[in-house]
Design a protein around this ligand. Structure first.
Ligand SMILES: Nc1ncnc2c1ncn2[C@@H]1O[C@H](COP(=O)(O)OP(=O)(O)O)[C@@H](O)[C@H]1O
Ligand SMILES: CC(=O)OP(=O)(O)O
Ligand SMILES: [Mg+2]
Length: 378
């Protein structure tokens, strides 16, 4: 969202095992307060601790001045396609979407309940990870499956990490010195979950995640794209239950399954020390990214920039380089010196002769949630 509304927002991003928060004054570049609580089991308790710490006299924040509480919600299903002010009915409808996001949705809902109890007189807004992808065409979001079954069960590509892509859709053009409507971008959000998004003039035309955040790129613990018949085979030949296969694909696969490590730092260290599994895992991870870059290049027809973001995309020079090596025929030429190291601020990492610019741009989902939440109540 490029338009800036003025206000003060408390932003809560309740993940499956963590709570991230920021207090954002939209007139300032940096948040007034921010934090991360890891290894969370009781999200209600974690939210109460966040509020207690923000209420401390030295926190630099006056919670009584907050205009809105913005919540990251993973899945909006077919019901929610825009920022939505939360009331009891909205909360109930979000509950119905838990089966589409069992890792994330219960945590999102626990955060909403605790925060609504703590701030009963402040508006609360849900910002859905799926909302940014509303601009995808029917051809981009429809799966080749019986259309009656698809309609009955809401089966389609939704896409995730939309808040991160919404932020990049204005931030990447800004650092390039362009307007959002002037550029086509392939964005790569590589964190624990990882996805790719093709943007034409600031709007999503395709993305790699699907009905759930399991599809697409290889991730920390998730398979990404895989022949769906692997599930039938494991059910019939290995006697695995659906829940066991779900667990295998979502929690025990990806880099963890390939290398024993889900954290890219550990994978890179093992690869540098000569581990064949880690080297192969990195090659598979980067090869999948390269494949999506090629696919989205073809869908967009013309690409101005490739943008890496999130924990791996911002910090791993190895992944950025290995993903885009050998693409000079496509006008993509990395500059190893510019690329070297972690990028705490937006950095051009391609060579001057590269027709397609390559950037590492730190994402800021919390700021985007603040801007969209304040806009929703303004
Ligand atoms: N210096 C680094 N080099 C390589 N990977 C890194 C580095 N720092 C963080 N990461 C990766 O970033 C991942 C987390 O990214 P993040 O965007 O915070 O994910 P999430 O929001 O899904 O928790 C970690 O799993 C780790 O592999
Ligand atoms: C959608 C998704 O995968 O989110 P995360 O990367 O936070 O797990
Ligand atoms: Mg994330």
């Amino acid at each position: 969202m490029a338009v800036n509304y003025i206000g003060l927002a408390l932003v809560l991003n309740c993940g499956s095992s963590s709570v991230k928060y920021q207090v954002v004054d939209t007139t300032l570049d940096a948040p007034l307060a921010s934090g991360l609580i890891e290894r969370v089991t009781d999200h209600g308790q974690a939210i109460r601790e966040v509020i207690e710490s923000l209420n401390a006299p030295d926190s630099g924040v006056d919670l009584s001045k907050i205009t809105v509480v913005g919540h990251r919600v993973l899945h909006g299903g077919e019901e929610f396609s825009a920022p939505t002010i939360i009331d009891d009915e909205v909360e109930r409808k979000i509950t119905l979407l838990i089966p589409l996001g069992p890792l994330h949705m219960p945590a999102n809902l626990a955060g909403i309940a605790a925060a609504r109890a703590a701030f009963p007189n402040t508006p609360h807004v849900a910002i859905f990870d799926t909302a940014y992808f509303q601009t995808m065409s029917e051809a981009a979001y429809t799966y080749a499956i019986d259309k009656h079954i698809a309609a009955e069960h809401s089966i389609r590509r939704y896409g995730f990490h939309g808040t991160s892509y919404a932020y990049l859709s204005h931030e990447a053009p800004r650092v390039m010195g362009k307007r959002p409507d002037e550029v086509n971008i392939i964005a790569l959000h590589l964190g624990n979950g990882a996805s790719a998004c093709a943007m034409r003039a600031g709007r999503a035309i395709d993305t790699s995640m699907g009905l759930t955040p399991l599809a697409g790129l290889v991730m920390g613990t998730r398979t990404g794209d895989i022949d769906p018949a692997v599930a039938f085979h494991l059910g019939r030949s290995a006697g695995m239950t659906l829940d066991e296969i779900d667990q295998l694909f979502n929690r025990q696969s990806g880099m963890l399954g390939l290398t024993g490590y889900s954290d890219m730092r550990d994978v890179e260290k093992a690869a540098a020390e000569g581990s064949h599994d880690a080297q192969l895992g990195l090659e598979i991870y980067c090869r999948r990214i390269r494949g999506y870059v090629g696919q989205y290049y073809a869908q967009l027809g013309h690409v101005d920039a490739i943008v890496f973001t999130a924990g791996v995309g911002e910090n791993s020079d190895v992944v950025r380089l290995q993903s885009l090596v050998g693409l000079s025929e496509l006008g993509i030429v990395m500059d190893p010196e510019r690329n070297a190291g972690r990028k705490k601020q937006a950095t051009l990492v391609s060579a001057d002769e590269s027709r397609v610019q390559v950037w590492a741009v730190p994402t800021n989902e919390e700021r985007e949630i603040a801007l969209e939440s304040i806009a929703a109540v303004s």
